[in-house]
Ligand binder design. Structure first.
Ligand SMILES: Cc1ncc(COP(=O)(O)O)c(C=O)c1O
Length: 259
């Protein structure tokens, strides 16, 4: 899929994180507004059938339908990716929609996850109840124990899933070590970074593959909206996450996407 906004990230190399957090992703309409606009639209118009066909095929840049892209949401996604140092980001309606999307977009019956036991209650519910219902095997370990991660690996292990610091126990996982173990075994690491946020910790700097957020919490900071986000490589987001998201629809509303 082509990039959905005209925001030029190459111009932001020297921006301070505080500037990124406010201005990152801003993509002005023809009115030249100073703050990002709220695009309340489900669909978009096209000049001709060829244009819409190319957009739906991912061959041309441009909006098609707000379950696939929305300008307000796309600006937030650019901003979060910029702050995370990630190639790409997609947002979801809540943190739990983000966690569910990050896991289910890549797992199938017969796969196995290793997860840290200290985790937000609903994240544990995904691992303990939802995944097994769909034939995904799970092993829960003490994430602080470096050796436990490697010991739990099976031939069908696809994902390591953890929070650090964990909510609410504050357990810390040795991210560099766990991501190295995962890489050596071809396992994808999914880190829930809601507690630290990208201002204090960028898990990809330690080798994480996917970083997932409850943006409802410290990222939003004012307790007004529910939101979630998943950051990763452009390839993963476009080829693995997006087909799941565009067909199941856990999308963030533009109302909640305004920075
Ligand atoms: C670490 C962590 N992950 C996920 C969530 C779920 O986020 P949401 O409430 O936005 O669905 C929370 C919520 O507190 C959280 O603290």
């Amino acid at each position: 899929m082509k990039k959905t906004t005209g925001f030029d990230r190459s111009k932001t190399k020297n921006w301070h994180p505080a500037t990124q957090a406010v201005r990152g992703g801003t993509w002005r309409s023809e009115h030249g507004e100073t703050s990002e606009a709220l695009f309340l639209t489900s669909g978009y118009t096209y000049d001709d059938a060829e244009t819409v066909a190319a957009r739906f095929a991912g061959e041309a840049q441009g909006m098609t339908y707000s379950r696939l892209q929305n300008p307000t949401v796309a600006m937030l996604e650019e901003r979060i990716a910029l702050m995370e140092g990630a190639e790409a980001c997609r947002t979801q309606a809540t943190g739990m929609a983000a966690m569910t999307t990050a896991l289910l977009c890549q797992l199938s019956a017969g796969d196995h996850i290793v997860a840290a036991k200290a985790a937000f209650g609903s994240c544990r519910w995904l691992v303990d109840h939802l995944c097994p219902r769909f034939g995904i095997e799970t092993t829960v370990i003490d994430g602080r124990d470096n050796d436990a991660w490697e010991k739990a690996i099976k031939p069908n292990t696809k994902v390591f899933f953890f929070e650090t610091p964990a909510n609410p126990t504050m357990d810390i996982v040795d991210m560099r070590h766990v991501c190295d173990v995962a890489k050596a075994h071809g396992i994808t690491t999914v880190v829930d970074n809601a507690f630290a946020t990208s201002v204090l910790q960028r898990p990809m700097d330690f080798g994480a593959d996917l970083v997932a957020y409850s943006a409802t919490k410290l990222m939003e900071g004012q307790g007004r909206v529910l939101a979630g986000a998943v950051c990763g490589t452009e390839k993963f987001i476009n080829d693995v996450l997006l087909p799941f998201q565009r067909n199941t629809g856990p999308n963030l509303s533009p109302f909640n996407g305004l920075g």
